[in-house]
Design a binder for this molecule. Structure first.
Ligand code: DX5
Ligand code: ZN
Length: 226
């Protein structure tokens, strides 16, 4: 099953609970929370208190993407706040494998990710420890950017590794997903799609439904779903 993880970065922050409820009621499987520290990326967004507030507002899966320099300093806060999935960047400080193990030990799904400039090979030894892996398809920092086509090969490479080894690991992509390119993205191997501007810009419920229709098309085109 292909899942949608709407990024709240493009939601109305003054009506966050309302926008999240609209997306979840329309069928969004996850809720993607983009945490940025103004250091690892040039933008500052939200932190653990917002995850804690969202935890009270929804039973949905909180898919927390940490774009921060020092995960070791803040993992405890995001675990305590009620995250369901925590993604750490390979390029962040500290030992990525140790961070994944810490997240898993807390009973939370562990995931790691790479920026577009980092080769996908670095993820391969980490896959056995990941419940999810995230391929960034834009430079992290801002919503509304264009999908980087060169990232398609990374999606194929990681999907192949997951299938060949029988890993229980979801493959998420993040950045620039639109109704116009998501069929190809799914066909290449992604099974969790983050979409911010394409979900929260305009009719949220209609966009969620339209994405799910495209997912079926993509899954039918894919050989890895057979
Ligand atoms: C970028 C964030 C993304 C972003 C996606 O740093 O990690 O989650 O919000 O937004 P769109 O779908 O608009 O590219
Ligand atoms: Zn993200």
């Amino acid at each position: 099953m292909i899942k949608l993880s709407p990024s709240i970065l493009s939601a109305d922050f003054a009506n966050l609970a309302r926008d999240v409820k609209t997306a979840v009621d329309a069928g969004a499987e996850y809720v993607h929370v983009d945490v940025m520290d103004g250091h690892f990326v040039p933008n500052i967004t939200i932190g653990a208190p917002v995850v804690k507030a969202l935890r009270k507002a929804t039973d949905s899966v909180l898919d927390v993407h940490l774009m921060i320099s020092d995960p070791d300093k803040y993992l405890d806060d995001f675990i305590a706040a009620g995250s369901d999935i925590i993604t750490v960047h390979y390029e962040s400080n500290g030992d990525t494998l140790g961070q994944l193990k810490k997240i898993k030990a807390a009973g939370i799904k562990a995931s790691c990710t790479i920026k577009p400039g980092t080769p996908a090979d670095v993820l391969l030894p980490l896959l056995p420890y990941c419940d999810m892996v995230l391929i960034m398809t834009v430079e992290p920092g801002f919503g509304g950017q264009g999908f980087i086509p060169e990232c398609m090969d990374k999606i194929r490479l990681v999907r192949k590794a997951i299938q060949e080894n029988g890993y229980q690991c979801e493959l998420e992509i993040d950045g620039g997903a639109k109704l116009t390119n998501v069929v190809d993205i799914v066909a290449a191997g992604a099974d969790v799609i983050v979409a911010g501007s394409a979900v929260f810009g305009g009719d949220i419920a209609g966009n969620v439904k339209a994405f799910h229709e495209k997912f079926e098309e993509g899954a039918a085109k894919a050989d890895w779903t057979k």
